[in-house]
Write a protein that binds this ligand. Structure first.
Ligand SMILES: Cc1cc2nc3c(=O)[nH]c(=O)nc-3n(C[C@H](O)[C@H](O)[C@H](O)COP(=O)(O)OP(=O)(O)OC[C@H]3O[C@@H](n4cnc5c(N)ncnc54)[C@H](O)[C@@H]3O)c2cc1C
Length: 433
């Protein structure tokens, strides 16, 4: 029988950082539905927020609350901001390199709705840099087993206590028992036709939570990113990071005129773009950064520059068409500031969790930080508690998972119905397409 002290589902930054924060005395299994590297964490471009000096605390707090329409859990926000310098130190210890100025100080950037420059970045591939370095460290830990192309199909929950998960590895379905289970499965972008997320990130944890009565919060608080590269193909949408606007990029209508303050919160800019697209009668508006010197564009946005060139646009010479797309889930499985959910021994971290940091709308570059701060705290609690937990091994009938396509389709319907039930207007605008 398969048994682990801890199972972590998901190998994005939240899963990896939890694994690194759990005591090395525990036997940990990490699984990922797809290739290990295929997580949204790898795609993060803009950067990661931090408290660069104590004097910025109030303004960082206010920017986060304002973006979240003051629906945030203030205690969670404070925990996140207070812990951010320590998290940056940990990342640097793990080998993460942030861009620095010529004088050796960190180069901070800025994105929409931030009142100052407080975002650390590694060129425009910050997520890749952080995730790769965390993964290298995880691979060195002998107590951690990593399995890719291994999918969590179900939770094993009895009497409100979690005892493990049902997994599918190649064609075999089986129960794997654990003293503690951590859900780090990211958001729900794969359920949307237009999303910046990987297609396999389909919110499985939320459907299972709804099936088992695990408490969710604000599952209809879904962020639409204002600027993804407009392409006719229905593949994953390529993000044009907010920092392009932060560094002076402007949005233009059909007549070549500016129509919005580009640095307003994401939901406001998205709505302005939607209206403008209707007025212009086309499915995109234009984004221009060509006033920036070419060398500076290439230095600052090498990934975006390269991708645009590949699909036929030279950012240094021409404007590019952009359109809004699903990007991030602010809601999720209700969790406290240690990732504990309404079910015993079941934790939720990263984009899967809703600890109230983001309120109704996420401030740019707060999600990597939020994922790291709260997954580390989940790791601490797990390290303290796990030794005294007994395994529970309730019988699991595998009959239910015979038709996995039907199981997955049902999961999709469960989530979509819940979003529709909670916000019909949002559903009609963005989900039913
Ligand atoms: C294009 C893009 C750009 C972004 N830029 C930024 C940025 O600049 N700054 C910022 O702070 N945030 C940014 N974000 C958001 C941020 O990257 C994510 O919110 C964050 O990385 C989520 O991390 P995570 O570990 O919670 O989930 P993810 O990184 O999404 O990882 C989810 C993991 O769960 C696994 N999984 C899912 N379902 C199952 C299952 N059923 N069984 C097994 N495994 C499963 C997946 O395979 C994956 O390994 C960006 C997001 C995108 C998409």
């Amino acid at each position: 029988m398969d048994k682990f002290d801890v199972i972590i589902v998901g190998t994005g930054v939240a899963g990896l950082f939890t694994a690194l924060s759990v005591s090395p005395d525990f036997k940990v299994l990490m699984i990922s539905k797809d290739k290990i590297e295929n997580s949204d964490s790898y795609l993060a471009q803009g950067g990661i927020c931090t408290l660069k000096e104590p004097a910025d605390f109030d303004s960082f707090l206010e920017d986060t609350l304002r973006a979240g329409r003051y629906e945030n859990n203030q205690d969670s926000v404070k925990v996140m901001i207070e812990n951010s310098p320590m998290i940056m130190d940990r990342l640097v210890e793990y080998g993460v390199r942030f861009d620095i100025n010529k004088d050796g100080t960190y180069e901070y950037t800025r994105e929409g709705a931030h009142s100052t420059y407080r975002i650390l970045h590694h060129k425009d591939v910050t997520g890749k840099e952080i995730t790769n370095k965390l993964l290298n460290n995880v691979r060195e830990r002998e107590n951690i087993t990593l399995k890719e192309y291994t999918k969590m199909l179900d939770f094993i929950i009895e009497d409100n206590v979690c005892h493990g998960v049902v997994i599918k590895e190649k064609d075999a379905v089986r129960a794997v028992y654990a003293k503690q289970v951590v859900l780090a499965t990211g958001g729900i972008g794969g359920l949307f036709t237009h999303s910046t997320n990987f297609r396999h990130i389909t919110g499985d944890s939320f459907a299972l939570a709804l099936r088992h009565g695990v408490q969710l919060q604000n599952i209809n608080y879904i962020q639409i990113h204002p600027t993804t590269l407009y392409e006719e193909a229905k593949n994953r949408k390529f993000l044009i990071s907010e920092s392009v606007r932060g560094e002076g990029g402007i949005l233009l209508n059909k007549k070549g005129e500016r129509f919005v303050d580009e640095l307003l919160p994401r939901d406001v800019v998205t709505e302005a773009i939607r209206k403008q697209m209707d007025e212009d009668g086309r499915p995109f508006v234009m984004l221009s950064i060509k006033h920036m010197p070419k060398e500076e564009i290439i230095r600052r946005f090498p990934n975006i520059y390269r991708h645009c060139l590949e699909v036929g646009y030279d950012l240094s010479k021409e404007d590019i068409p952009v359109t809004p797309a699903q990007h991030y889930l602010m809601g999720g499985i209700l969790a406290d500031t240690y990732g504990r959910t309404s079910v015993k021994h079941l934790f939720a971290v990263g984009e899967t969790a809703c600890n109230g940091v983001h309120g109704a709308n996420r401030l740019a570059s707060n999600s990597l930080l939020e994922s790291l701060v709260f997954s580390e705290r989940a790791g601490w609690i797990i390290s303290e508690e796990t030794e005294n937990i007994e395994y529970g091994e309730p019988h699991v009938s595998l009959e239910e998972y015979k038709d996995i396509d039907a199981w997955d389709e049902k999961n999709r319907q469960i989530i979509m119905e819940e979003i529709k039930r909670r916000d019909g207007e949002f559903y009609d605008k963005w989900c039913d397409k």
